[in-house]
Design a protein around this ligand. Structure first.
Ligand code: SAM
Length: 275
């Protein structure tokens, strides 16, 4: 279960995160800054399609760093501030979280920063439909997907987002539970069936754990690439801070900047193991 705290700076709910959250936010900041001129093409006076920012697992907007104790912005606020600083804001903000207290805290924080967003409080698997319905299909949009685990990110979510022509996605999935419970996940296959349909035919479960994880990541990447949203790339990485937590990081972008940006984003942590 996630731990909570109250941020003394604003009296609102915060979650408790490991120091690795800082690397994750640095990647997000890089994306938002690097894409400022691409975004501008879809915003007045140059364009009208819009440039929305989407999080389906938003958290409350502030976090306490475990072991250190200080408070940091959560990803929605990181993205909002980075966009303001870049001089090219997002035209819309869509935030969802399953926990109503997180949604409530985030709504207040976004309002206090003088911004407005649309907030949803439901499983990401259904919120995605409402978000897509609200988006202009001619825009350049960006979804930061940051679930705690594989279970909360059924592949259908990525599939639906990819139906929009210009939907960039930065997907950051903790596979800590997969690392610990790999054999259980493989024997009861339900979570993997939803997260990466077709894995049973693609992965030889008789190999060693690391080889199986690599094969699973390759299969998931293959599914994403199969959606036609190129370029897409991904890595498995270990947090630079503890050397313990394992993440899968995938970037999907239809924009020519995508390839160049991927190397910047993936190298925030140079302990990442490139496939
Ligand atoms: C890793 S945290 C998000 C942290 C945030 N991106 C940040 O960096 O500040 C994952 C969030 O997903 C939420 N969550 C868990 N299961 C969910 C689901 N099925 N649908 C939507 N949100 C979910 C949790 O309440 C939690 O706030």
């Amino acid at each position: 279960m996630a731990q909570n705290a109250i941020d003394p700076a604003d009296g609102l709910l915060a979650d408790v995160v490991g120091p690795w959250a800082l690397e994750k936010h640095e990647r997000l900041r890089k994306y938002v800054d690097s894409y400022r001129s691409a975004r501008a093409m879809f915003l007045p006076p140059r364009g009208t399609g819009g440039a929305a920012y989407i999080e389906l697992f938003s958290g409350p907007g502030r976090s306490q760093v475990e072991g250190i104790g200080n408070y940091i912005d959560g990803s929605p606020i990181v993205a909002l501030r980075a966009a303001k600083k870049s001089g090219t804001k997002f035209s819309e903000l869509h935030f969802n979280d399953l926990n109503p207290e997180n949604v409530n805290a985030l709504r207040q924080r976004i309002t206090r920063l003088g911004s407005a967003g649309t907030f949803y409080n439901e499983p990401a698997a259904t919120a995605v439909d409402r978000v897509i319905y609200a988006l202009n299909p001619l825009g350049l949009h960006f979804a930061f997907l940051d679930p705690y685990n594989l279970e909360s990110l059924p592949f259908s979510i990525i599939q639906k987002l990819a139906t929009l022509n210009r939907m960039d996605m930065l997907i950051h999935v903790s596979i800590f539970d997969l690392q610990r419970n790999l054999r259980r996940y493989l024997s009861d296959g339900r979570i993997l069936d939803s997260f990466m349909p077709g894995w049973r035919d693609a992965v030889d479960v008789n190999r060693g754990d690391q080889a199986v994880r690599t094969a699973l990541l390759r299969h998931w990447l293959g599914l994403i690439k199969g959606l036609g949203t190129t370029p897409a790339d991904g890595i498995e990485l270990v947090s630079a801070t503890g050397g313990q937590r394992l993440y899968w990081l995938v970037f999907v972008s239809a924009h020519p900047l995508g390839r160049k940006l991927w190397s910047d984003i993936s190298n925030v942590n140079d302990q990442g193991r490139l496939l």
